[in-house]
Design a protein around this ligand. Sequence first.
Ligand code: ACM
Length: 266
Amino acid sequence: MKAGFIQFNPEFGKIDTNMEKASALIRNAEADLLVLPELFNTGYLLTSREEAGSLAEEIPNGKTTAALGDIARERNVHIAAGLIERSGDKIFNSAVLVSPSGYRATYRKIHLFSEEKIWFDPGDAPFEVHDIGSCRVGIMICFDWFFPESMRILALKGADVVCHCANLVLPFCQEAMITRCLENQVFAVTANRTGAENRGGKFLRYTGRSQIAGPGGRILYRAGADDEEAGTAEFDHLSARNKSINRFNDLLKDRRSEFYADLVSP
Ligand code: ACM
């Protein structure tokens, strides 16, 4: 299968412009699965929960999910993309999964980073895996990488490919994802944004270097820090289902969960 990311520099608050820019890059790519950054249509550096609410959309009934569905149908591709979701009086940092036949699923970011705890409600549903025909995908958003449980649960639930929508500001993630892929024997597509934002007296620079990493800790493709591009790689997703490490060890069967109870105690 072929999977990839869209890396670009969204303009804060310009939902239509950002959708058009992302669509042009999607039209440049030939892939079964494409991952877009976290909050790809709005930008990231919010100043308040009210501002987050003013840029939020319903999923699946909002215009961004509809536009993503249209382009997924046109290009015969599955797309995972980050956006602000409004659900009743809740606001989530979410990612939507669309297929060529329309809306498939929503993931609401579970591990909120820094001031996101002011802007958003924490995700209220478990990590899930979706069979999209070409492979089985799991979704996580940016800072979820800091919690190895995120990718472990997706691997335990059978993900071949983890769609990782990101707006990375710390320098560690791209290298850490090599280990996440190694320790779970899965592929991961990290779609990061580029550029910087200066709002409300705050400044953030995003690190680009979106990447596709694979089992064995291989980087299949990595973008530059500032390039706006669709980056793709072809790989055998079925290799993620072989969890054997050597003649004696199997990644999932060798887990000693009877000694892991402290992981889930409060
Ligand atoms: C992040 O979670 N956007 C750093």
